[in-house]
Ligand binder design. Structure first.
Ligand code: SF4
Ligand code: SF4
Length: 458
């Protein structure tokens, strides 16, 4: 890593936007390896030649081109044809423009198609120009372009799915109501737009979710579309969705304005802060996974999770999902365990066995469900025992059921070491116990708990 870390107003992942007021840096998406921190102070790690390097930035913009897919290999893309295309065209062949072949094209592609049709007519009014479409998409002056194209005798043919086919050699078959047509000529097709190739990896690095089509748009707000769920992270172009092409200019301007506003100062959205009790956190990553705003990261030194106050948007999902009750809001009184019989159970075994039992064998017990008992550390055991007069039972998986392969072994070792510590301190080692179960052992679970409760109550 380099010694001093440069700080920028904005880091672009992909293509930078033009502006003269912001200090900025551009990183290729493929080089990025990690993002830590929050709005105003993100740290990005990236691969620079042979070594890892870092920068700090107040804001991040992901701006990548869409991936384009053409329905027929070798046909021309509407986004790829320039002025030279018509200059070199064979005027004897009809020009065939197709939008919405498999799916509706963005309005910006309609605009390009209409302009291309008009340009072809202006260069050679006698040339046949066909325009196939499912629905004309209007933006800016598309309606005027459309009317003008009709006046110039561009032949518009509407199609629904299945009424238009392009063969592998580029021939067009059209059938709708009483029109049957087969055509060949110079074929220009609006491509299907797909999320940029790196979007999936970036979603993981920034810990934000993707929508059903794979774009990062799921977090976006309709009227402020380049915002992502993570404060200070903006999404444009092929990371944001097909409409990004249509409102490109507006979205760029809006994003730059937002960034400038952030540089004046960002306030916490809620006066109450959420914080993680590092003594209780078992680093199970549940909160990290559920936070819709990428506001949680791991604190390596404390070996606990950490909530970033400027990034947090106060939804409280993390609080409701934390299996250890380790996350609280400021001012909230921490609940102390009431029961003197506490059980920590693995969600892959004892929790499933509990569901299958005829009655709830854990009624009256204080139960904490964890994704894997391997996350339980000795300090958690001591804390549980110190907080009550009672006993603690940990129920892990049998080897075959353990999704984390050796999680059950690690927990057994932790419990056995805790027992020997208790013995050395002249305390009762039987206050903590460990038992293995499979998800199918509902009857054994009931019997075991009945015995355990009996012993505890003696
Ligand atoms: S969910 Fe709770 S225990 Fe799990 S990592 Fe987050 S704070 Fe820690
Ligand atoms: S309350 Fe928790 S889950 Fe919600 S935004 Fe804040 S940190 Fe994320």
């Amino acid at each position: 890593m380099s010694g001093s870390i440069a700080h920028y107003d904005v880091a672009y992942i992909g293509q930078a936007l033009k502006n003269n007021e912001l200090s900025q840096v551009t990183l290729p998406a493929s080089s990025l390896t990690e993002c830590r921190g929050e709005i105003g102070n993100f740290t990005l790690s990236y691969q620079a030649e042979e070594e890892l390097d870092q920068i700090q930035t107040s804001n991040i913009v992901i701006n990548l081109p869409h991936q384009e897919e053409l329905p027929v290999e070798g046909c021309l893309s509407l986004t790829g044809v320039g002025e030279e295309f018509l200059a070199e065209a064979d005027g004897d062949k009809p020009l065939i423009i197709i939008q919405d072949y498999q799916e509706l094209s963005a309005a910006a592609l309609s605009q390009r198609g209409l302009k291309l049709a008009l340009q072809a007519k202006s260069e050679d009014p006698a040339r046949e120009v066909y325009y196939f479409y499912q629905a004309m998409r209007f933006m800016d002056n598309n309606d005027e372009l459309y009317e003008e194209a009709r006046r110039q005798e561009v032949i518009f043919l509407k199609h629904d799915l299945g009424e238009l086919e392009i063969s592998q050699d580029g021939e067009i078959f059209y059938s709708r109501e009483d029109i049957e047509l087969s055509l060949s000529g110079e074929l220009v097709v609006a491509p299907e737009l797909k999320p940029a190739a790196e979007v999936d990896r970036l979603a993981r690095i920034f810990n934000i979710t993707r929508g059903p089509e794979g774009y990062l748009q799921v977090d976006n707000i309709y009227l402020q579309p380049t915002l992502s769920g993570k404060r200070g992270l903006y999404v444009l172009g092929g990371a944001r969705g097909p409409n990004a092409l249509t409102y490109q200019q507006e979205e760029r301007e809006y994003t730059l304005q937002e960034i400038k506003r952030n540089l004046i100062g960002v306030e916490e959205l809620d006066e109450e802060e959420r914080s993680v009790d590092d003594q209780k956190c078992v680093v199970c990553y549940t909160c990290y996974r559920v936070c819709p705003h990428g506001a949680i990261q791991r604190d390596e030194e404390l070996n606990s999770m950490q909530i970033m106050p400027l990034a947090c948007q106060s939804c409280n999902l993390c609080i409701s999902r934390c299996p250890m009750g380790a996350i609280t809001r400021s001012g909230e009184v921490e609940e102390q365990p009431q029961s003197d019989r506490q059980v920590i159970i693995c969600e892959n075994s004892a929790a499933l066995a509990r569901e299958k039992a005829d009655f709830d064998p854990m009624a009256g017990l204080e139960v904490t469900e964890v994704p894997c008992v391997s996350t339980v550390k000795k300090e958690h055991i001591y804390q549980r025992l110190a907080g009550s007069e009672g006993d603690l039972l940990i129920l892990g998986c049998i080897s075959e059921a353990c999704k984390h392969l050796t999680g059950h072994d690690r927990c057994e070792q932790v419990v056995s070491s805790a027992k020997s510590d208790l013995e050395k301190l002249d305390l009762d080692p039987e206050r903590v116990n460990y038992q293995r179960l499979s998800p199918r052992m509902a009857a054994d679970l009931s019997a075991y708990l009945t015995d355990w409760k009996g012993e505890v109550l003696q």
